[in-house]
Design a protein around this ligand. Structure first.
Ligand SMILES: Nc1nc2c(ncn2[C@@H]2O[C@H](COP(=O)(O)OP(=O)(O)OP(=O)(O)O)[C@@H](O)[C@H]2O)c(=O)[nH]1
Length: 554
């Protein structure tokens, strides 16, 4: 539909294509009764093949699916077509909310400056405007043919990942796109609602999530019923969420995207009556006949919405700048004006259709930094000092635990002709971090995508090998570690250098690393010892796995 200038003398123009390809498109530009009847009859014929929700698991193009989704959390498939209409899946509530975001329950809520790497936002696309009920009038005629225009389509919500942003802190909590305007007299279509664009940093992963308020209320109730005994994490883990999903293949349905539903009228409903009411119209055969035909139009819209209203189950990974904004939620279609319901039998249609409702959903945005290397260590191991020594990043350094509260990314420039690489320093990991001790594992998202992990341990500690094992365990065990290039840095080698003990501690770790095929380096970040060798080893570690070769340690 387009905005038209209100000129009554416009010659009737019928787009003949709609009879073949665009079965559900109503004729535009002051259609005459004959054109309307042709359209309505066509709808009636096509109704035989039309049903709500047809072609739900076909090989259609996924709107925002990059085709490379991997299951990032466990799901249980409960039923698949033809047994059920959708692929019904079940997964724990923990996968559809963020501990960090459940505010009042989070004892370890640490913030530094304006940094935010997890946000939950509410998005609402605009509803379609109402079709108008209006009749042409001029000096000679008190009431002429219907000329009520269509409602404008609602605005959509788009997202775009751009370079140059490094935090989600600037995001609003709510994004609402504009509703479409109502249609007007003189065949004037309503204006389209303004779209809303959300700009996020490259590396943002967007996931569908539960409404945080109802999640909080739910947890509150569960805790009350257990006498405030149980903690939040177990409640989230054991509470299951059921979702209706769409899949890729007819024969082996793999759930790909969550089906979103609009709070809009059912086919055959959504009429706006002017003058006589709904009961009056429902009593008339001419109206019920017309409604049966228009129902097919509604089913067409409904099916189009089902095709468009879906979101990747395992999230939308914006790991590259997006050239064109991606549509998260499409606006509702505008309603038909009464000019479409003029037929040989219905001369004065005093009714039009409402617009389709927009969509309202919550999304969880997670910023997963894209650094080549992740620097991991227990608190105070000296990671920030190392990063300061080798890069252009300037993290705060202190001698108390949890100094680093937000991840810092540093770029290591190796000079002309050499490829630079990036290193992420994340807050220190403590034993049982995976059970939410310390800052928990919230920041692991920043090293998840790194090609290599650099474990920093303090050789001055009593049992540095045990420290290394804590780190490996908290990060997902050896299974996970073997998917990365690993370099073990034994820092603080300046302490008790003259004593025998530090050397035997180092040898123990060196033996362990040899068994795993990992590289190892002793150093002192404070004194600047072995910094050059560290940079060379890190550059190697930042390369693709195939090229990583362990050199004998210095
Ligand atoms: N003697 C000695 N002290 C060091 C060395 N490297 C770092 N330190 C000191 O150790 C303390 C902690 O250093 P940081 O760099 O903040 O440690 P971190 O691992 O980033 O700590 P978190 O941010 O808590 O994870 C500081 O007081 C540093 O001066 C070293 O090689 N030798």
């Amino acid at each position: 539909m387009r905005m038209r200038i209100a000129v009554r003398s416009t010659v009737v123009r019928i787009d003949v294509r709609f009879f073949s390809q665009e079965a559900f498109k109503a004729p535009d530009n002051a259609p005459r009764a004959a054109a309307n009847e042709q359209w309505l009859d066509h709808l009636k014929k096509s109704k035989r093949n039309t049903r709500i929700g047809s072609s739900l698991t076909g090989n259609h193009e996924e709107l925002i699916d990059d085709g490379q989704q991997s299951n990032t959390f466990p799901i249980k498939v409960l039923s698949t077509p033809p047994e059920s209409h959708y692929i019904d899946v079940e997964s724990s509530l923990a996968n559809f909310t963020s501990m960090k975001y459940l505010g009042t329950f989070n004892k370890h809520k640490h913030r530094q400056g304006n940094f935010a790497d997890v946000r939950m936002i509410k998005c609402r696309s605009g509803g379609g405007g109402e079709g108008a009920v209006s009749f042409f009038r001029d000096a000679g005629r008190s009431i002429g043919p219907p000329d009520g225009g269509d409602g404008g389509d609602g605005g959509s919500i788009y997202v775009q990942a751009v370079e140059g942003l490094n935090s989600l802190s600037k995001l609003r909590t709510t994004y609402i796109a504009e509703d479409g305007s109502n249609g007007g007299a003189d065949q004037l279509d309503g204006a389209r609602g303004k779209d809303m664009l959300i700009t996020v940093p490259v590396g943002t992963v967007i996931r569908w999530c539960m409404d945080p308020k109802s999640t909080r209320d739910f947890i509150q109730k569960q805790r009350l019923s257990s006498g405030n005994q149980s903690s939040v994490r177990p409640i989230l883990n054991k509470s299951m969420i059921k979702l209706q999903c769409r899949g890729r293949f007819e024969l082996d349905p793999i759930p790909r995207s969550i089906q979103l539903f609009r709070d809009a009228y059912r086919p055959g409903e959504g009429w706006i009556f002017k003058g006589k009411d709904e009961a009056y119209h429902n009593d008339k055969d001419w109206f019920t006949d017309l409604n049966k035909k228009v129902e097919s139009y509604d089913i067409g819209l409904y099916n189009t919405e089902l095709e468009e209203d879906k979101f990747p189950l395992f999230g939308l990974d914006l790991d590259k700048p997006t050239k064109k904004p991606i549509c998260l939620l499409k606006g509702g279609k505008g309603g038909l004006g009464n000019m479409h319901f003029l037929t040989n039998l219905i001369r004065n249609p005093r009714f039009a259709k409402s617009g389709r409702a927009g969509l309202e959903q919550y999304f969880m945005l997670e910023l997963k930094s894209i650094a080549d290397l992740g620097l991991v260590g227990l608190p105070n191991a000296g990671k920030s000092t190392i990063l300061n020594r080798i890069s252009n990043a300037r993290p705060r350094i202190g001698h108390w635990e949890f100094t680093t509260l937000t991840p810092t990314i540093g770029t290591i420039d190796l000079g002309l002709g050499e490829k630079s690489f990036t290193v992420a320093d994340i807050p220190g990991i403590v034993k049982d971090a995976s059970n939410d001790k310390g800052l928990g594992l919230e920041f692991l998202r920043h090293i998840e995508r790194s090609k290599g992990w650099v474990f920093v341990i303090s050789i001055a500690n009593d049992d540095p090998l045990a420290d290394l094992q804590i780190l490996i365990n908290e990060l997902g065990g050896m299974e996970k570690a073997t998917t990365k290039n690993v370099l073990v840095v034994c820092n603080k080698a300046d302490i008790d250098l003259d004593k025998e003990h530090p050397i035997s501690k180092f040898n123990k770790i060196a033996n362990f690393c040899k068994e795993q095929g990992w590289d190892i380096l002793p150093m002192s970040a404070l004194k600047g010892e072995n910094v050059d060798i560290l940079i060379k080893k890190m550059a190697k570690c930042a390369q693709a796995t195939d090229h990583f070769e362990v050199e004998s340690s210095t």
